[in-house]
Design a protein around this ligand. Structure first.
Ligand SMILES: *Cc1c(COP(=O)(O)O)cnc(C)c1O
Length: 483
């Protein structure tokens, strides 16, 4: 592509993105694609001859857009947020334009040093105590996996890195502790890091679904007596189901006493700690060995950008680094080479978009956005609480409301589960809002998660209206069937 052609199409694409950012609400939130729709529309093989960009862009509109679920739609309330913003997109464009690989300091000194500084800025914003050092990973799943590998090597004094999982069979099995509300990435990480699913121990939770530190203590002690080797505990600050906040102040002393690696998974909720009034969610984090949170969820930085912090970067590097001759440089003693801080060799220049976001908005506007989302979640919770046909199913410490429809006179648990599943399917198909569910114990629970850039009070009200209209329509259908 000649520079002039690039310029022309780049302008078209930027115009398209600007329109999209302004009008994402014109689309149904959740894609209505059926399985195979796009696959069947695409040729079986790549074209032999190049095609004009005008045709590619037209096909993007025609074939790709119907298969898009609009994560940045103001009425996207599903899962957790994955918001973006103008400044972030601009930083991402420049990063793509530069096309650099941030594996070594030398392969782009600015990419490494900007990442160092951004991790320090972010750590200060969420109130991390001094002594944590950060690196950007793609996802929280990767960070948690790295934390578990670090834990494994600390407990075994690098025996597994050297001799492998089978080389040290005389040792008791290493164990990882987490509550059953922990994210699936903990189980996945533990499996891939060689702990095995059987050695991920579910710690009891209290009535608010927070980890019970006394139960952690009991299980670790019992496991030691039984010949296991307790190795790591993953505490979740803001669980995926209902944003429960495991008490780090109670968990950290247990971890210290038993020499467990304490990893804090604050993937979603870490962002809330930029608010002084929410700092308490990380109380006790000084006792952690590592923490992850995702600016790509709730901090206006488009996917992917996950901030991983460790107390002991030397240990992380000793666990991860391997230095083939071709990657050695004369400056290795003076600089950070982020390839030694994780699984990947090649790394994207993600700090750039973060720099654009943090400078363009400033901490104050970011705090206002997060505070606004928290207020919207509380407002929605108040609507639910005030209506006798609806009920809250969990406290609302953050941006996520767990609730269900409870029509008068209906008490049977299975029927309530079915009704709520039917209601969710109905409103999502309608396209006005998109929300998803979880199970809290055996209760089908609707979740409304607020966190998109443009979500305001009117959108939350529309969600409430859509849910009640859906419920009325379902009740009407029942009445017709009864009659
Ligand atoms: C979203 C989330 C994850 C997974 O994040 P990825 O970056 O997609 O791997 C893990 N833990 C918690 C608590 C989350 O909210």
């Amino acid at each position: 592509m000649k520079p002039d052609e690039f310029r022309q199409h780049a302008h078209e694409v930027v115009d398209w993105i600007a329109d999209y950012l302004e009008h994402a609400d014109r689309y149904p939130v959740c894609s209505r694609s059926r399985p195979g729709d796009l696959l069947n529309a695409l040729p079986d093989a790549a074209p032999e001859e190049g095609e004009p960009m005008s045709r590619i862009l037209a096909d993007f509109e025609r074939d790709i857009m119907p298969g898009i679920t609009h994560w940045n739609h103001p009425r996207f309330f599903a899962y957790f947020p994955a918001n973006n913003s103008g400044p972030s997109i601009l930083g991402e464009m420049l990063s793509a334009g530069l096309g650099v690989n941030a594996m070594l300091w030398q392969t782009s000194p600015a990419a490494t040093e900007l990442e160092q500084r951004m991790m320090s800025w972010l750590g200060q914003l969420i109130g991390l105590p001094d002594g944590f050092h950060g690196v950007i990973h793609d996802t929280a799943s990767t960070a948690t996996f790295c934390a578990l590998v670090c834990a494994r090597e600390r407990t075994t004094n690098f025996a597994i890195n050297h001799s492998g999982l089978t080389g040290a069979a005389e040792r008791g099995a290493l164990r990882v502790y987490a509550s059953r509300e922990a994210h699936s990435s903990v189980l996945k990480g533990a499996r891939l890091a060689g702990f095995g699913a059987d050695h991920v121990v579910a710690v009891d939770i209290d009535a608010q679904r927070r980890m019970d530190a006394a139960d952690l203590e009991r299980r670790v002690t019992a496991d030691r007596e039984a010949g296991f080797v307790p190795c790591a505990v993953v505490a979740t600050v803001g669980t995926t189901g209902c944003t429960a906040i495991d008490p780090l102040t109670a968990i950290a002393p247990v971890a210290r006493r038993h020499r467990l690696w304490l990893h804090v998974d604050a993937a979603l909720a870490g962002t809330a700690a930029i608010l002084p009034e929410m700092r308490w969610i990380l109380d006790g984090v000084a006792g952690a060995d590592s923490l992850v949170f995702n600016p790509h969820k709730w901090l206006l930085t488009n996917f992917d950008c996950s901030a991983f912090y460790v107390r002991d970067p030397d240990h992380l590097q000793r666990t991860m680094s391997i230095h083939p001759e071709y990657l050695k440089t004369t400056r290795d003693a003076e600089v950070v080479n982020y390839m030694d801080w994780g699984m990947q060799l090649g790394r994207r220049f993600r700090a750039l978009k973060l720099w654009f976001v943090l400078r363009s908005y400033g901490a104050q506007q970011l705090r206002e956005m997060v505070a606004g989302h928290l207020a919207l979640a509380r407002a929605f919770a108040a609507l639910v609480e005030a209506d006798p046909e609806w009920e809250l199913l969990a406290p609302v410490p953050l941006n996520t409301v767990c609730f269900r429809w409870r029509p008068a006179g209906l008490v049977d648990a299975d029927t309530l589960n079915e009704r709520n599943a039917a209601l969710m399917a109905r409103v999502n198909l309608d396209g006005v809002i998109y929300l998803t569910h979880t199970k809290l114990d055996d209760t089908t629970t609707l979740r409304l998660s607020v966190g998109q850039r443009a979500t305001g009070p009117e959108h939350v009200q529309q969600a409430w209206d859509a849910l009640r209209a859906g419920a009325r329509a379902l009740s009407g259908k029942d009445a017709d069937e009864d009659a």
